[in-house]
Design a protein. Structure first.
Length: 110
C-alpha cells in the first residue's frame, strides 16, 4: 500500500512539473501585452478551456448507405498493393530460398 501511495505522489509531482515547464515556456514565447498569459489565473483559465468540449468542432454524423460511401472513394490510379508486384517478390523469395546454403555448408538439392 505504501508503494502505491509513493508512486501516486511521484506521478503527481511529475505532472505538476510538466505543467510548470509548459507554463514557463508559454510565458517566454508570449508577446508583450498578451493578456492570455496571466499567472496562475491565466494558467487555470487555459486549463479549463482545454477541458471544455467544443461543440462547433465536433463533426456531425452523415446518413449514407454503403454503396454511396464506397462509390465516392473509388481510386482510378494503380492500387497501393499490386498483385503482380507481390507475385514478383514471392518469386524472388522462392528462388533465393532455393539457392541458399544449408547451415552445414552444402547446397540444398533441387
Amino acid at each position: 500500500m505504501l508503494t502505491f501511495v509513493v508512486w501516486c505522489l511521484v506521478t503527481l509531482v511529475l505532472v505538476a512539473t510538466v505543467f510548470l515547464v509548459a507554463h514557463v515556456m508559454e510565458r517566454a514565447e508570449a508577446t508583450p501585452g498578451d493578456e492570455t498569459v496571466g499567472g496562475v489565473r491565466g494558467w487555470w483559465r487555459n486549463f479549463r478551456s482545454g477541458l471544455r468540449l467544443r461543440r462547433d468542432e465536433v463533426p456531425r454524423p452523415v446518413d449514407t448507405d454503403l454503396d454511396t460511401f464506397f462509390a465516392g472513394r473509388v481510386e482510378t490510379g494503380p492500387a497501393y498493393v499490386d498483385a503482380e508486384e507481390i507475385g514478383d517478390v514471392l518469386q524472388r523469395a522462392r528462388q533465393q530460398a532455393r539457392s541458399t546454403l544449408h547451415p552445414n555448408g552444402q547446397q540444398r538439392p533441387r
